[in-house]
Design a binder for this molecule. Structure first.
Ligand code: MIC
Ligand code: SF4
Length: 639
């Protein structure tokens, strides 16, 4: 039988289930990655599972998010992570070595392998022909313990690329076009698999940028073939032997098809405050800009920084613009410095930061009040930058650098000749900031700072599920709305009681207090509830506050799994118009919920102010057991 790439990788890793759309499958995981903001919790959970050493081929712990150290807490977490990596046989990528996805692409990713990462942009690895999936930290902990990863068999969407990009148009414009067409929820339950003659015109860093932001369409993953371009990239990384060819069989089919003629694309930009508010740059050119940042896991490869450096040769940035550069990795920075790129950026006036996530997650770099910020980042959800009522646009390095020069949103095609930059064939490759797994771990001690609090214990699901509606929200609520990040809150990621005080603070600052005094309750949401990051704190912290169920029109994939993992019922309206019946503060009771869930009922009847509303529980048999146990850790302990 002919297979596409996704089917090939899944069937090679299938541990259980049928590969038919929508049914639960489990796949064996070859590699894992964590980053520090999700990693502390993931390793606390790994410790709780009680395994002596990771069971994967490669597991890497990265420190890239919480790089500002305004007190001891982030620094303590870094030391905890380093000691855990040494104890359990992981690689450890030190603070300053770069964003997990960029470093993993450079140093560890392999065509045909599976990668599970506790970060929603893990699909970046698809640029190398891996099946790379983002998940909550607990799922990654389970994968490190050797357990297969469970998911619904996604639909495979073929994205056919034809033609060739015109000057000043680059990978970001391709993926912004995909997001424009799909919106932030059109990719849910799908893998985006790229094919067609346009593929070979794109180098691996460009493919990685495209896979990276498939996440913004809600996709489970994105994947490219592994071809001569992949071989060249791996050769430049001294990793030629990691290459294998991978392509879809002749005549292999897809569940759906999207066609993009690369030569028809123009520079695009996503407007505030959602990645799918995409328009042509030419439609909004001329608006003033106060900040431009080049960086994040979407666009901080050497290619991206070199394009900016070449454009800025003999130019200076506009006096009203702060132009900032966050290299994706130390390798990128070293190679930029080895050529003339670093000098041209510095001379032009760029503020060059250490490699890492930085302003992408509000770790500094907040823009000024009432001004526009253009960023090559992944997301522009409201307030994520750290500034209330921010106005953040997402664009390519080409569009970013054009605005840095002119001070207004500018179609980069106005800048003249395009410096077409490709990944150099020879790179400086240096792994000295990656610590290898320790062989003899008996004497390794785990270092815990005072901010690292033990995991809270969770009770099993009660017989009846009842409580008040603590909050009612609309469509596309992101995990940044539920559990904000930023420099003030991220240091609390290893301290659930402390971080739970910030649940929904940007939406309703009284949420945590009300939840605690009501002894918990329900949250009501619209479509695509929980879009965005993989942070399990967006489930764990509400659970700590007593949230027992969410009732929404639909869910984003990772957040739904996180809700189950932490024992919160992810309920859906059978009839979405019932959303209007359930008002904030209403009392909801699902009598006999526990028994019904145990007996496999897919529909539960809830009583709301004298009316009855039908709710769907669309979870697998395994997930039912997890919910009954009060979460995945309880379930595994019971096993
Ligand atoms: C993000 O881009 O939102 C993050 C911060 O990388 C998150 C992970 C986290 O919240 O720690 C993600 O994308 O999963
Ligand atoms: Fe880091 Fe931003 Fe990428 Fe998240 S999206 S991993 S915060 S660079």
């Amino acid at each position: 039988m002919t297979q596409n790439i996704s089917q090939k990788i899944i069937s090679n890793h299938l541990a259980s289930g049928e590969m038919t759309g929508g049914s639960e499958i489990s796949i064996q995981i070859d590699q894992t990655l964590t980053q520090d903001a999700t990693g502390t919790m993931a390793y606390l959970q790994f410790e709780a599972i009680g395994i002596a050493r990771v069971k994967t081929e490669v597991s890497v712990s990265y420190v890239d998010h919480n790089l500002l150290q305004t007190d001891f807490r982030n620094a303590d977490d870094h030391r905890y992570l380093q000691s855990v990596a040494a104890k359990y046989g992981l690689y450890f990528s030190r603070p300053g070595n770069g964003v997990s996805h960029q470093v993993h692409l450079e140093r560890f990713g392999k065509p045909g392998k599976t990668l599970l990462g506790s970060d929603s942009h893990t699909p970046t690895g698809g640029g190398l022909g891996m099946l790379a999936i983002g998940a909550g930290g607990l799922d990654v902990a389970m994968a490190m313990a050797g357990r297969p990863f469970n998911l619904k068999m996604p639909k495979i969407v073929g994205v056919e690329l034809t033609g060739r990009l015109r000057p000043w148009v680059s990978a970001k414009d391709i993926v912004l076009e995909v997001i424009r067409r799909l919106t932030v929820k059109g990719g849910v339950g799908r893998i985006l698999e790229y094919y067609g003659p346009g593929v070979e015109t794109l180098d691996v860093p460009s493919r990685a940028s495209i896979c990276n932001m498939g996440t913004e369409a809600g996709a489970t993953s994105s994947v490219f073939p592994s071809d001569q371009g992949t071989l060249e990239f791996l050769r430049s990384q001294d990793r030629e032997s990691d290459w294998t060819e991978l392509s879809a069989d002749q005549g292999a089919g897809y569940d759906e098809i999207i066609k993009i003629d690369l030569s028809s694309l123009e520079p695009l930009i996503a407007q505030p405050s959602s990645p799918d508010r995409v328009v042509k740059v030419s439609e909004i050119s001329g608006s003033e800009v106060s900040q431009v940042i080049l960086g994040s896991c979407a666009n901080s490869s050497l290619r991206d920084l070199l394009v900016a450096a070449r454009v800025l040769e003999d130019r200076t940035i506009h006096p009203d613009v702060s132009f900032e550069v966050n290299p994706g990795s130390r390798q990128v920075l070293e190679n930029l410095a080895a050529g003339s790129g670093y000098l041209s950026l510095v001379k032009a006036g760029a503020r060059i930061h250490q490699p890492g996530c930085l302003g992408c997650i509000g770790m500094g770099q907040a823009p000024a009040t009432g001004t526009r910020s253009l960023r090559t980042f992944t997301r522009n959800f409201p307030g994520r930058s750290g500034t209330k009522d921010d106005s953040v646009f997402l664009c390519s390095p080409e569009v970013a650098v054009a605005a840095a020069i002119t001070g207004v949103i500018t179609d980069p095609r106005e800048l003249g000749e395009y410096p077409d930059v490709l990944q150099p064939a020879e790179l400086l490759v240096d792994d000295s900031m990656i610590l290898s797994p320790v062989e003899n771990t008996a004497d390794v001690e785990i270092i815990r700072g005072p901010n690292i609090q033990p995991l809270p214990r969770m009770d099993p699901l009660p017989a009846d599920v009842e409580g008040v509606v603590l909050l009612k929200v609309g469509d596309n609520i992101s995990t940044d709305d539920i559990m904000p990040a930023g420099a003030a809150i991220l240091p609390l990621r290893s301290n659930v009681p402390a971080i739970s005080e910030f649940v929904f603070t940007r939406v309703d600052p009284s949420f945590a207090g009300r939840a605690k005094s009501a002894g918990g309750g329900f949250i009501v949401g619209g479509e695509n509830y929980g879009q965005g990051s993989s942070r399990e704190h967006a489930a764990l912290a509400p659970r700590y506050l007593g949230v027992i169920a969410v009732i929404a029109k639909s869910y984003a994939r990772i957040h739904k799994s996180n809700l189950v993992n932490f024992g919160i019922l992810p309920l859906e309206f059978k009839d979405s118009s019932d959303y209007d019946i359930i008002k904030a503060d209403a009392r909801v009771k699902i009598a006999g919920a526990r028994d019904k869930i145990k007996d496999g009922h897919a529909l539960l009847s809830a009583e709301v102010c004298g009316q009855s509303v039908l709710l769907r529980l669309d979870v697998s048999a395994r997930e039912r057991e997890v919910l009954l146990a009060g979460g995945l850790l309880n379930y595994v302990r019971k096993e």
